[in-house]
Design a protein around this ligand. Structure first.
Ligand code: PRP
Length: 185
């Protein structure tokens, strides 16, 4: 859903947005649907929801409250972009989950799949720890990841090919707290 972009938002640090791509009510509705889909997909077994920080922190916190079954939450920290808007291709693992993964359903939660390099690296690493199952849930997927070796089972939106900020996504660490997702001018 698109609505007219407002440059009057004080959170934008004077930057102009090209457009608001997904507003807060639309995101809430879609996250609720994803939660129901995930609940239905895991009828039994231990479920560990692994949020990839920092970008997924808002999506993850909303999503887990829409999953109506027992689960545990842990995090991974990787970094690939630095302060640039183009992926460097270097994926660094900064924090490793402390929770045991073996024998559990692992759901890796990403804010956005862009080149897919981050996921390739992390999925290889997680698969080696013998989970019962290993799936990806991404709020946004650009479908340009030719290098991506893994399917994304749960997708919120097929994202436009624009640089997106808000709802956890940043530009040089700003704009993560926008309650909507916008593309910058
Ligand atoms: C961003 C985003 C994804 C990743 C996607 O993370 O949050 O994790 O890049 O890009 P890719 O598909 O090209 O690998 P970033 O490294 O910017 O860290 P952040 O989550 O802290 O914003």
């Amino acid at each position: 859903m698109s609505v007219n972009a407002s440059t009057a938002d004080p959170r934008l640090e004077g930057r102009a947005v090209r457009r608001i791509v997904y507003d807060a009510p639309a995101i809430a509705k879609r996250v609720k649907e994803l939660g129901a889909e995930i609940t239905a997909a895991y009828p039994d077994g231990e479920l560990l929801v692994l949020g990839l920080l920092k970008g997924s922190f808002i999506f993850l916190s909303d999503l887990v409250r829409e999953i109506n079954r027992p689960l545990q939450v842990d995090f991974l920290v990787a970094s690939s972009y630095g302060d640039n808007t183009v992926s460097s291709g270097n994926v660094r693992l900064v924090y490793d989950p402390e929770t045991r993964l073996e024998g559990k359903h692992i759901l890796l939660v990403e804010d956005i799949v862009d080149t897919g390099r981050t996921l390739n690296r992390l999925m290889d690493l997680l698969r080696a720890r013998n989970p019962r199952s290993l799936e990806i849930c991404a709020l946004l997927h650009k479908h340009i990841a030719e290098e991506l070796k893994y399917d994304t089972r749960f997708i919120g939106y097929d994202a436009p090919h624009e640089f997106l900020v808000g709802y956890g996504l940043d530009h040089a660490e700003s704009f993560r707290h926008l309650p909507y997702i916008a593309s910058l001018q």
